[in-house]
Ligand binder design. Structure first.
Ligand SMILES: Cc1cc2nc3c(=O)[nH]c(=O)nc-3n(C[C@H](O)[C@H](O)[C@H](O)COP(=O)(O)OP(=O)(O)OC[C@H]3O[C@@H](n4cnc5c(N)ncnc54)[C@H](O)[C@@H]3O)c2cc1C
Length: 288
């Protein structure tokens, strides 16, 4: 329950949603796009958010698409993590999204809501960052399609009122060999069927033509993929321990150090995650 009154809108098109957003903003209503509502409701309950209007995007047809269009997998922002997991069109995304919260909550959480959420984890983005995908955004000036890596820097770089409409991934990227893991406070790996908490480290790796791509959440205060880090990861001439030491100097932010897990413990889990991922993708047993 949201403990205050607010107006509720359910537009039938992306253009109408954006128009409504700006109109409501001019009226001082502090509008929010509403996907699954799990974050909006949680933060409103805690009095950390006061939307006077929400714009539910679940009736927008483009936001509900989940299908292959030719060789491209198109996923609407209002598709739920459960729908993505059940379709299994993109197994790595099924894994990353399938370890968020529990099944009941994943029936509500949308892909767009997870990507645009305030929480630092946003685990669904990991599978997208390593896939060179495209995002479709509806804004004041119309519709634009951009590569995700151009639009994502710690968060999706949206202008106020921009609506994430779709994410698309080339089929070739959905079939790459992958490794993914989520480690929570007990350090164990969590599987999609588990009821899991927020991650200390969540990761997604793919191997494409010998090159390993990797994205992480939980290590720093935001999810990230780093090309510099990947280049060191793939420098097979150097022992893995040495590569890991170099990587620690290339992280894009400080390692999170909080009550859930110390920075040292997160670093330990991170090193283990990389060792396991490379071992599995390269068929080698690495001992650090
Ligand atoms: C018990 C619990 C456990 C959880 N555990 C995890 C976890 O381990 N890992 C993890 O990653 N997440 C986890 N989550 C999910 C996360 O905390 C967010 O609640 C969720 O991702 C929000 O998705 P939503 O669809 O409900 O978004 P909403 O609450 O509807 O929206 C979230 C934000 O995104 C914006 N937004 C929504 N859709 C769009 C769009 N199409 N375009 C632009 N902006 C948009 C909204 O305006 C709002 O600011 C958990 C949630 C719960 C309740």
């Amino acid at each position: 329950m949201i403990p205050f009154d607010f107006a509720y809108y359910k537009p039938a098109s992306a253009g109408e949603a954006v128009y409504l957003f700006h109109d409501l903003q001019v009226q001082g209503k502090n509008p929010f796009y509403y996907g699954g509502g799990t974050e909006i409701i949680s933060f409103s309950r805690l009095h950390q958010l006061y939307p006077q209007a929400v714009i539910d995007v679940k009736d927008i047809p483009e936001c509900r698409v989940l299908e292959y269009q030719g060789d491209t997998l198109v996923m609407g922002a209002a598709v739920t993590l459960s729908q993505i997991q059940e379709s299994n069109f993109y197994p790595l995304l099924s894994w990353c999204g399938g370890r968020v919260a529990d099944h009941t909550i994943r029936d509500k959480i949308t892909l767009g809501g997870n990507i645009c959420a305030r929480i630092p984890y946003r685990e669904a983005i990991l599978a997208l960052l390593v896939a060179d995908c495209q995002v479709v955004i509806e804004g004041k000036d119309g519709t634009k399609r951009e590569p995700l890596d151009k639009m994502f820097d710690r968060t999706l770089q949206l202008e106020p009122g921009d609506l994430l409409v779709q994410v698309s991934v080339n089929k070739q990227h959905t079939n790459l060999p992958f490794y993914s893991s989520k480690r929570t406070t007990d350090g164990k790996v969590a599987y999609p069927q588990d009821r899991v908490g927020y991650p200390l480290i969540s990761s997604a790796f793919v191997k494409d033509n010998g090159h390993v791509r990797a994205a992480f959440s939980g290590l720093c205060a935001f999810p990230f993929r780093s090309f510099e880090l990947e280049n060191v990861l793939c420098d097979r001439g150097a022992p893995l321990g040495e590569r890991l030491d170099r990587i620690m100097g290339l992280l894009p932010g400080q390692i999170v150090n909080d009550m859930e897990g110390s920075g040292d413990y997160r670093e330990f889990l991170f090193r283990n995650t990389v060792r396991e991922a490379l071992g599995q993708l390269e068929g080698v047993e690495y001992v650090c």
